[in-house]
Design a protein around this ligand. Structure first.
Ligand code: SF4
Ligand code: SF4
Length: 456
């Protein structure tokens, strides 16, 4: 027994040093991330917690040392042992295709007193009242919106304008001479080159019917059924800047969204052109010009899960990404998707996005049956109405999601625990609330964006 006491006392000394160093490192990281509240709290913990272990060692409090060591052992075991990762929280495969005419962007493009407008609402009378709400608001990047900022809005519109120029290049002529290339070589090259072009993560999947919209809902060919002979898709993410997202729902968010739509569009157009030059049909799916539902394709390509806020959540940047997709007839090597139940289980408990959503569009409930499958669904009408009021694409949910924290040693350590153990997930939700707050404040706009009319 004496030896056990000695060991416990020594453990207290070693742990007090590790704990102090760890909390100091945490504090530095938080300050580097401009998270003052979190940094202050980490500093407080660094000054309060290690002395408990240090005093135990110094005064040789044997029983307390034993209790503290046992506590330490149990916590480490909880952190390291995989536990509670098998729950089936949401269903994977939609039973029906989505009609692109029903999504908010398509409905926003309907002009009153046009044939298209009359036809759509005569078939969907229930949506007219809901849509009249967003039509009363100033609109995205509009002058009278809450977060109007001339520089940021015009910069965002310049990016949207540029991505629109790519629409004519999403598809094109195919080289009549097919290259005799191996599928493994091509798959590998596409992934490596995509990363070189700026993609963060890249995955490949086989296409299913439900990945495609049933009908076109935007631009030329409105209402036409979507037809494609493509069997495979390359999906990739591009990262949105933490600094620009943190100030959401202020104007930096729409600037960053537009910029990353442009980046994703550029990469997708390049990849599709490359495949066509090898003799294979390929199409880029970019902002304002999609035939497929990007988050579903990206999820099956192994890039993440669709969580409570309805966006694709990637393991390292969470929802703080934009997506690009290229579909092709070439049968590339596919990635095997492993459902990440730990992420969905974390969403079950966290609910932070629901808490901070200014339009209350995100549900606090568990996933429900929607069109025969169990999933979370946000209220897209109230969300879009808020966008039209704010003038930006809001992004408060994205900014506050614990998965959106930067990809660094500190947050990856927490992510490891979250992935491993259900008990650690419970702890992580409380830790995030403790450091960042249950309803974290929006950060200031990056100081290089001139501020005007930022009252809200
Ligand atoms: S904020 Fe929480 S509940 Fe919402 S998507 Fe992120 S992890 Fe899930
Ligand atoms: S974007 Fe804003 S309004 Fe829409 S769901 Fe997220 S937090 Fe709510």
């Amino acid at each position: 027994m004496t030896q056990v006491y000695h060991l416990s006392i020594l453990t207290c000394l070693i742990f007090s040093i590790i704990l102090f160093a760890g909390l100091l490192y945490t504090c530095i990281i938080f300050y580097q991330e401009k998270e003052k509240r979190a940094g202050f709290r980490a500093l407080l913990l660094a000054l309060l917690l290690p002395p408990i272990y240090l005093l135990t060692w110094y005064y040789n409090w044997e029983v307390i040392a034993l209790i503290l060591t046992a506590d330490l052992l149990i916590t480490s075991i909880l952190f390291l042992i995989p536990f509670g990762n098998k729950k089936n929280i949401t269903d994977d495969f939609p039973k029906t295709q989505i009609d692109e005419r029903d999504i908010m962007f398509s409905r926003n493009e309907l002009k009153e007193n046009t044939e298209r407008f009359k036809e759509y609402y005569s078939k969907n009378p229930d949506k007219l009242k809901l849509d009249n709400e967003f039509r009363k608001e100033p609109g995205l990047t509009a002058e009278k919106s809450i977060f109007f900022n001339e520089f940021a809005y015009k910069a965002a519109n310049a990016s949207f304008f540029t991505v629109e120029q790519f629409h004519q290049a999403v598809d094109g002529d195919i080289n009549p001479i097919k290259s005799n290339i191996s599928k493994s070589d091509l798959s590998k090259f596409i992934k490596d080159w995509s990363r070189k072009l700026g993609a963060l993560n890249v995955g490949i999947t086989e296409l299913k019917d439900y990945h495609f919209y049933s009908h076109k809902g935007r631009g030329e060919g409105y209402g036409n059924p979507i037809e494609s002979n493509h069997t495979h898709a390359i999906a990739f993410t591009v990262e949105m800047s933490q600094e620009m997202v943190a100030a959401a729902p202020q104007s930096s968010i729409v600037m960053e969204s537009a910029q990353q739509y442009l980046e994703a569009g550029r990469i997708a157009v390049q990849l599709a052109q490359f495949l066509r030059s090898l003799g294979f049909s390929a199409r880029a799916h970019i902002d304002g010009n999609y035939q497929i539902v990007c988050p579903l394709v990206a999820r099956e390509a192994g890039l993440g899960e669709i969580g409570r806020m309805g966006l694709l959540m990637t393991p390292k940047e969470g929802p703080r990404v934009r997506l690009g997709v290229v579909t092709t007839e070439f049968e590339l090597d596919t990635d095997k998707r492993t459902k990440n139940n730990s992420m969905l289980d974390f969403c079950l408990q966290c609910k932070k996005c629901a808490e901070v959503c200014p339009s209350k569009s995100i549900s606090f409930d568990d996933p429900k049956l929607v069109n025969g499958i169990k999933r979370w669904q946000i209220n897209s009408e109230s969300c879009f109405t808020y966008w039209c009021k704010a003038g930006t694409d809001c992004g408060r949910c994205m900014a506050c999601c614990p998965y959106s924290h930067p990809d660094n040693l500190l947050h990856n350590f927490i992510r490891f625990g979250i992935k491993n153990s259900a008990l650690f997930r419970m702890l992580a939700v409380h830790l995030d609330d403790f450091f960042y707050g249950r309803k974290p404040k929006s950060a200031d706009l990056p100081n290089w964006i001139p501020k005007n009319n930022t009252d809200y």
